[in-house]
Design a protein around this ligand. Structure first.
Ligand code: XIL
Length: 462
C-alpha cells in the first residue's frame, strides 16, 4: 500500500513534469514561427506546394508511400508520362503507369505536374527514326492526345523539356525535334493549350541555375513568347546540383518571374558534403520570389534517386529525415505567409476550345495534287494542318494556295515556305517533302491568329 502510493505520487509528479515540458515546447514550436512539421504543410503557409517525383512501381512500398502521403502535396511521375511510356507505338497510347500515379495523387488530395510532352530523350524508337514533316505531325498529335487524356487533371505540364544546348551558344540543342523547324516549341505550347486550357504550360530545363548563356537563351525565348501571345505560363528549373546553387540563383528566378511567368523548382537533388546548406539556400531563394510556386525533389529516399550513390535527397535509404530535410523545413517555415490571392493564380487567361473540325476536303486537282486542311482552333487562334496528296503520278514539287478569311493571319509555319500571311497565301514544299509518290501524302502546317473557319485550299504540281 505504501509502496503503491509512493509510486503513484512519483508517477504523478513525473507526468506533471512531462506535461509541463511538452506544453512549453509545443507552445514554443507553434507560437514563435507558426512552424509546420511536414514539407507540404510548411510550404502551404506561403501558398506553395512541395512535391516529389514518384515511380509507379514503388507504390506498393509502404515506407515510400507513407512518406509520400505525409510530406508531399504535388507529384511528378518520374517516367510514366514520357513519350516512350505513353505512345510506345505510333498512334497507340498507354496511360497505365501515368493513370496509377494520377489516381494515387487524386485519392490523397495531391496535385500532379505532368512530365514531359516532348523531350529529345526517352522518345519511343519509332519516333527516334523519324524526321521532318512526318515527325512534326507525330509530335503534335502526341501533345494533343496526351494533354487531352489528362485534360483538367494536371496542375502544370512540362510541354517541352531540355530543348536548349549546354555551353556558351545560348541556342537550341540539335535533335530530330529541333530539325522539324525552330517553331516546334511554340507549336507544342499552342497544341497543349488547345487540348487542356486549364493546365499551366511550362518549359523545363537544367544547367539554368544562374544567369548564364543557356538560361539567357531560354529567357529570350520566354520573353518572345510572352510578347507574341504564345501560351506559356511557367518555367521549370530542374536544379540537379552538386553543392551550393550559384550566388545568382534567386536573381535568375526573379528575372524570369518578372516576365510574368510562374517559376518552379522541378527536379531538385543535391550531391556533396554541403548538402544541408545547399538545400536551405535553394529553398530560401524560392520563397523569396513571389512567383516561385513550389519545389519538387527528384525522388523521395536516397535509394530512389536516379543519381545512384550520390545520396542527393531528403530522406535516407531507411526513410529517415536527413539534415537537409530540416534545412528545407526551417526555410519553408521562415517564409513570409503570403496573401492567398498573390502566388498561385493562373497567369494567362484561358479560353474554351473548339474541337478539331476537318474542313474543306478539296476536289482532286487536274494539275496532279489535292490539298485538305484540318483546323485546331481556340478563341483567337488556330493551328492548321494541310495534307498534300499526289494524284495518279508522282510530284517533284508542289505549291498550295490557302485562302484565309479576313481577320486571320499566319504567325508561323513548318515544313513549307510561304509568301504572304493574310488572304491568299501560297505555300511551297521545302527540300525534304517535295517528292511525293503517286497517291501518297505529305503534310505541312501553320499557326495563326484570328479565326480560320472557312479556309479553302488548292494544290498545283510545280
Ligand atoms: C530520369 C529518371 O529519373 C530516370 O529513372 C530515367 O531512367 C531517366 O530520366 N531530367 C529530366 C528527368 O527531365 O525526366 C530525368 O529523369 C532526369 C533528368
Amino acid at each position: 500500500m505504501k509502496m503503491t502510493s509512493r509510486s503513484l505520487s512519483r508517477a504523478a509528479l513525473a507526468s506533471a513534469f512531462l506535461a509541463t515540458t511538452l506544453g512549453v515546447s509545443l507552445v514554443l514550436a507553434t507560437s514563435a514561427t507558426g512552424a509546420a512539421s511536414t514539407l507540404g504543410a510548411a510550404a502551404a503557409q506561403s501558398g506553395r506546394y512541395f512535391g516529389a517525383a514518384v515511380a509507379a512501381g514503388k507504390l506498393g512500398d509502404s515506407t515510400y508511400v507513407n512518406i509520400l502521403n505525409r510530406e508531399f502535396t504535388m507529384i511528378t511521375p518520374e517516367n510514366e508520362m514520357k513519350w516512350d511510356a505513353t505512345e510506345p507505338n505510333r498512334g497507340q497510347f498507354n496511360y497505365s503507369g501515368g493513370d496509377r500515379i494520377l489516381n494515387q495523387a487524386v485519392s490523397t488530395g495531391k496535385r500532379v505536374r505532368g512530365h514531359a510532352l516532348l523531350w529529345y530523350q526517352q522518345e519511343p524508337g519509332w519516333a527516334q527514326r523519324m524526321e521532318g514533316s512526318d515527325l512534326r505531325q507525330a509530335m503534335m498529335n502526341h501533345v494533343t492526345q496526351v494533354a487531352t487524356h489528362y485534360k483538367g487533371k494536371i496542375y502544370a505540364w512540362d510541354v517541352v523539356n531540355e530543348a536548349f544546348a549546354d555551353g556558351g551558344s545560348g541556342g537550341r540543342r540539335d535533335s530530330n525535334l529541333q530539325r522539324t523547324g525552330n517553331d516546334w516549341i511554340e507549336a507544342a505550347f499552342r497544341a497543349a493549350r488547345a487540348a487542356d486550357p486549364a493546365a499551366k504550360l511550362c518549359y523545363n530545363d537544367y544547367n539554368t541555375d544562374g544567369v548564364n548563356a543557356k538560361s539567357t537563351g531560354i529567357y529570350n525565348m520566354v520573353k518572345d513568347f510572352k510578347s507574341r501571345g504564345v501560351p506559356i505560363d511557367c518555367v521549370g528549373f530542374q536544379s540537379h546540383l552538386s553543392g551550393n546553387p550559384p550566388g545568382d540563383y534567386q536573381a535568375n528566378l526573379q528575372r524570369f518571374a518578372d516576365l510574368g511567368v510562374e517559376v518552379q523548382i522541378t527536379e531538385l537533388d543535391i550531391a556533396g558534403s554541403n548538402q544541408a546548406n545547399a538545400y536551405g539556400a535553394v529553398t530560401r531563394a524560392c520563397v523569396a520570389v513571389a512567383r516561385c510556386a513550389g519545389i519538387t525533389t527528384w525522388g523521395i529516399r536516397d535509394t530512389d534517386s536516379w543519381r545512384t550513390g550520390e545520396n542527393p535527397l531528403l530522406f535516407d535509404g531507411n526513410g529517415n529525415k536527413k539534415a537537409a530535410y530540416n534545412s528545407v523545413l526551417d526555410a519553408l517555415n521562415a517564409a513570409t505567409p503570403t496573401n492567398p490571392t498573390t502566388p498561385t493564380t493562373p497567369t494567362t487567361p484561358t479560353t474554351p476550345t473548339t474541337p478539331t473540325t476537318p474542313t474543306t476536303p478539296t476536289t482532286p486537282n487536274p494539275s496532279g495534287c489535292s490539298a485538305s486542311v484540318s483546323l485546331n482552333s481556340w478563341n483567337g487562334g488556330f493551328v492548321a494542318t494541310v495534307k498534300v496528296t499526289a494524284g495518279s503520278s508522282a510530284l517533284n514539287g508542289w505549291r498550295v494556295t490557302t485562302n484565309l478569311p479576313s481577320g486571320a493571319a499566319v504567325t508561323s509555319s513548318w515544313s513549307a515556305s510561304n509568301s504572304g500571311t493574310t488572304g491568299s497565301v501560297t505555300w511551297s514544299n521545302v527540300s525534304y517533302n517535295g517528292t511525293v509518290a503517286a497517291g501518297q501524302s505529305t503534310e505541312f502546317g501553320f499557326q495563326g491568329t484570328g479565326s480560320a473557319e472557312g479556309i479553302t485550299s488548292t494544290c498545283a504540281a510545280s
